[in-house]
Design a binder for this molecule. Structure first.
Ligand code: ZN
Length: 210
């Protein structure tokens, strides 16, 4: 099945895609005798056999990419465990260096007390994918990228730090004394500054425009 160039099977198609997008110029496919001892394979085998006996397909709530990621994670954990079990002189430092440390997103720490909408807003500012005119203009969904008041390009930084419309409002917020632009505020990762930035954005009614 895998040697056929066209396939309706998504797994086969995925293998074809991976191979054609890689540097691989020769691929050898080996038959593997069994999945004895490989935990996830055993589980897959039991699931497949159960499905066969009951005569209906399994419903899986994962996309192929999610499934591949999940299998990768499980295999990694099992490999680490196996190495630990088999190495007599297992070094704790080595353990720390090869164990993948889960990296939490910035807002998943105790420090932040932000609402989900505020987190999305900060994330949009961090990534640059905002509803701001200059970005929408780039995406061809907004005619003009100029600020109506200042007649210069309306970026998120312009709206928050420079635009003449909000000059007076800025006086109530300390972030404008401490920082010169939006990037400086975002890189602090300081909950207090983020909270102040969000308050300013709401006061200026800019939340729908960012
Ligand atoms: Zn302006």
């Amino acid at each position: 099945m895998i040697t056929h160039k066209q396939s309706q099977n998504f797994l086969i198609a995925e293998i074809h895609n991976q191979v054609s997008n890689s540097e691989i110029d020769k691929l050898i496919i080996n038959w593997v005798p069994s999945h004895v001892g490989i935990n996830v394979n055993e589980k897959a085998d039991i699931a497949a056999k159960t499905a066969l006996v009951h005569g209906k397909g399994l419903t899986v709530d994962l996309t192929p990419q999610e499934a591949i990621r999940k299998i990768g994670c499980t295999l990694w954990k099992e490999t680490i465990q196996e190495v630990k079990n088999n190495c007599i002189n297992w070094d704790r430092d080595l353990n720390d260096s090869i164990t993948a440390t889960a990296r939490k997103p910035w807002f998943k720490t105790e420090k932040y007390r932000l609402r989900p909408y505020d987190i999305k807003l900060i994330n949009r500012l961090m990534t640059g994918y905002t509803y701001n005119k200059s970005f929408l203009h780039l995406m061809h969904s907004h005619i003009s990228n100029m600020c109506n008041s200042c007649n210069i390009i309306d970026t998120p930084n312009h709206a928050i730090f420079e635009c003449s419309k909000y000059r007076q409002l800025r006086d109530d917020f300390h972030i404008f004394e401490k920082f010169n632009n939006i990037d400086e505020v975002l890189t602090t990762k300081n909950p207090q500054h983020f909270q102040e930035l969000i308050s300013f954005i709401y006061k200026a009614k800019l939340d729908k425009a960012l």
